[in-house]
Design a protein around this ligand. Structure first.
Ligand code: MLT
Length: 410
């Protein structure tokens, strides 16, 4: 008999977003005329920027000519894209990141999950609570967790509660942990971290020999010039942090697929026998073995994000979604709900009214308002009593959803 990876059986029923989709599908089948508005999964709705489309169309034409046709590309991404990323996303902001430290990929979700391939099995792992579920589930799959307690927490994970009391930025642990997952601007709470917050984490990681896995998928939504976009804005982060970025939310690539991960060459660890190893060398080996790179066409589209037209078009998209977020914040506050986030992030974290549980509020919104959001408890035990609303939708849908909710809860 073939044995299986039984760690998968430890996972909670379904991954959060497919589980929501399943419930919504069931509702839609029994209520075929209900005009459902989805503010659940953070999926973009606005078209790809023209600069990206034009670059991709040109790349398609190149693929149709033997002289310019491309087969396999470099597993790490084409040099011209890695250089544009390094210079505009990092060096331009004073971060010493070289193009050779950038690994282009097909998604931040894949990279944050796959990164576990290069780490050992006996690390202590810290995640925030609430948290983007991928960090937890991929650790469960990798066998890094033990039994689940009655709060739904996995043994072997060290949970860092993020609550209104700590401004939704995790408090530094009073014990040593090896791997620390941080996401700012935060998914799901929409909170941001200041330079001082990140410095405290970098100092902790350096003092303890820990590695920070920093998810900056939402950095483009930061409008306050004082807030850091990258962990590498903090001195010493090159020695202790890996950063994940994505073109999904800034340039609308959720369906097109392009992202990247930064692994500085100065980030090192030691083998059991004391040999020094760079994490860059391991990730490079992992990617060149398990991944064949992102398509040439898509990488040309991503490169266009860095052109002057691309930059102005993505700024337009970000402004649009942030205005949606502002409308959601305003309307829900006017209706007496307590809201967090949504200022430098596309997510609004709402305290559920009338003491409702997260899933009860989900059902109420779906049944009474035909609006879909994401129950806070789906992101962890400390998310219970909260609800996430995504600002990714058309203006018309956001306004309509808000008027339905405020009519119901005013
Ligand atoms: C979310 O809704 O949290 C995001 O869409 C998830 C993701 O980017 O994978």
């Amino acid at each position: 008999m073939v044995t299986i990876n039984e760690n998968y059986l430890k996972l909670k029923a379904g991954y959060l977003f497919p589980e929501i989709a399943r419930r919504v599908k069931g509702f839609a089948e029994s209520n075929p005329d209900a005009p459902i508005i989805k503010l659940g999964i953070g999926d973009v709705t606005e078209p790809l920027p023209e600069a990206c489309r034009t670059a991709m169309i040109k790349a398609v034409e190149e693929m149709g000519d033997r002289a310019t046709f491309k087969g396999y590309g470099p597993e790490q991404g084409y040099a011209w894209l890695r250089e544009a990323i390094a210079s505009q996303d990092f060096q331009g902001r004073g971060c010493q990141i070289d193009a050779s430290e950038i690994f282009v990929s097909d998604g931040g979700k894949c990279d944050t999950g796959n990164i576990l391939d290069i780490f050992g099995k006996d690390n202590t792992i810290a995640v925030t609570d609430p948290v983007y579920p991928v960090y937890v589930d991929t650790n469960v799959m990798a066998g890094n967790t033990g039994p689940v307690n009655d709060r739904g927490e996995y043994g072997g994970l060290f949970y860092l509660p993020i609550t209104a009391d700590n401004n939704f930025t995790a408090t530094i642990p009073d014990r040593r942990v090896d791997l620390i997952y941080l996401c700012f601007p935060n998914n799901p709470t929409g909170a941001t971290a200041s330079k001082a917050d990140l410095k405290a984490w970098v100092d902790y990681a350096r003092a303890n020999g820990s590695v920070i896995l920093f998810d900056a998928a939402y950095e483009a939504f930061i409008t306050d010039p004082e807030l850091p976009h990258s962990i590498y804005e903090i001195e010493g982060a090159r020695e202790c942090a890996i950063e994940f970025r994505s073109f999904s939310k800034n340039a609308g690539f959720t369906g097109t697929r392009c992202a990247y991960t930064v692994v500085p060459k100065s980030l090192k660890s030691k083998t059991a026998d004391g040999t020094e190893v760079t994490l860059h060398q391991l990730w490079n080996r992992r990617q060149s073995t398990k991944f064949n790179g992102v398509s040439y066409i898509v990488q040309r589209g991503a490169e266009a994000v860095y052109s002057p037209e691309g930059q102005s078009q993505i700024q337009g998209l970000i402004k649009f979604y942030l205005e949606n977020a502002q409308i959601i914040r305003q309307k829900l506050s006017d209706a007496g709900l307590t809201v967090y986030g949504g200022v430098h992030a596309p997510y609004i974290w709402v305290k559920t009214p009338q003491g409702l549980s997260s899933w009860d509020f989900f059902d109420k919104l779906l049944n009474l308002c035909y609006v879909v959001g994401t129950p806070g408890s789906g992101f962890g035990a400390a998310g219970e009593g909260y609800f996430r609303i995504s600002a990714f939708n058309s203006r018309q849908n956001v306004e309509e959803a808000m008027s339905r909710i405020t009519a119901q809860f005013n």
